[in-house]
Design a binder for this molecule. Sequence first.
Ligand SMILES: [Zn+2]
Length: 413
Amino acid sequence: MPDVFADLVGQDEAVATLRRAAAAAAAVLRRAADQPALALTPTGPAGGAADPGAGMTHAWIFTGPPGSGRSVAARAFAAALQCAYGTGCGECPGCHTTLTGTHADVRLVVPEGLSIGVNEMRALVLRAASTPSGGRWQVVVVEDADRLTEAAGNALLKAIEEPPPRTVFLLCAPSTHPDDISVTIRSRCRVVPLRQPPATAVAEVLVRRDGIAPDVAQWAAAAAQGHVGRARRLARDPEARKRRDAVLAVPRRLTGVGAAFDAASALIEAAEAEAEASVAEADASERAALETALGAGGTGRGAAGAIRGAAGQLKDLEKRQKSRATRAQRDALDRALVDLAGFYRDALTIALRAPVEPVHTDTAALAGAGAQKWDAEGALRRLEAVLRCRAAIEVNVKPRIAVEAMMLALWRG
Ligand SMILES: [Zn+2]
């Protein structure tokens, strides 16, 4: 029977932990209803003995590689906490409204730019401190908590250190490395590690949930290297497949220095085009909405001030949109680099005769030819060049410079 955890692919251990916690949280609520005089916390009545909420706590971090389902897990857990009938039946109003993002007591922070600002976080923490209107929990889900600014992180830390009695914080981050999440926040949270789901589990969910043909699902799951959302896009979107084909054509196009620079330009421009397509629609509708709102009261007393304010708001919007576009470009470029890394990883495993399935079945022959030409060592050097490029972009090296350096390294070997 489908429940809120059904889409969490290949994460049995994490799901078991979260189910236990949701059951414990429900027990806490039942006990609080029996003994209203007791002060309540997510781990049970304050100072209570034989704590029924031992499996529950007020702050959680979901970690795992991109696409492993960090935010899916956090949202499913939020739904399980709001479930009226059990621990995430998937059908009651509590589950349903949480999953569709309309539950009054569940706040979702989805950063659109490169970081989450302090004002946004303060407002959120303040609202999360109020009594839950549904009588259960206030839940705050922070996707990409690694993108919090330092000030926003501090605002969040303060709330986690002195949690309102009925508030639960669910953070998502790639890892618990101090670069991703501050040590002090980490020390207050329970960690739920998610693993990269196996391709078979990803294929299974594409077939079951999205109605994708089994052979297509299997190919897409392998090509996406455990990234569930990416697998679905590859299976459904011909444009996404075309972009992937272009990336995987790079290795055979590297015939000289000029070709290496051309390939770098092509990769950067493809990422820019993809990013532009993905944000253009949102940009236009946001701007139209703001202009309509501002244009609605343009005359009369205070109009000059209103116009000055309007210019500021438009500028703010443009700044946010620019930051979102930068983020989208980086994400698109990173996806391309992951595909390319998969190709050289295939060449390496073939050269080593390792008994593992190729990531890209459709370019396995080409990877085999590369393996013969380069040997394991040459394949490894090329794989490392791709990973170095990813790391460089992560620490803000200009993408074009990093990609050009990578292409030259791939050509020279
Ligand atoms: Zn439910």
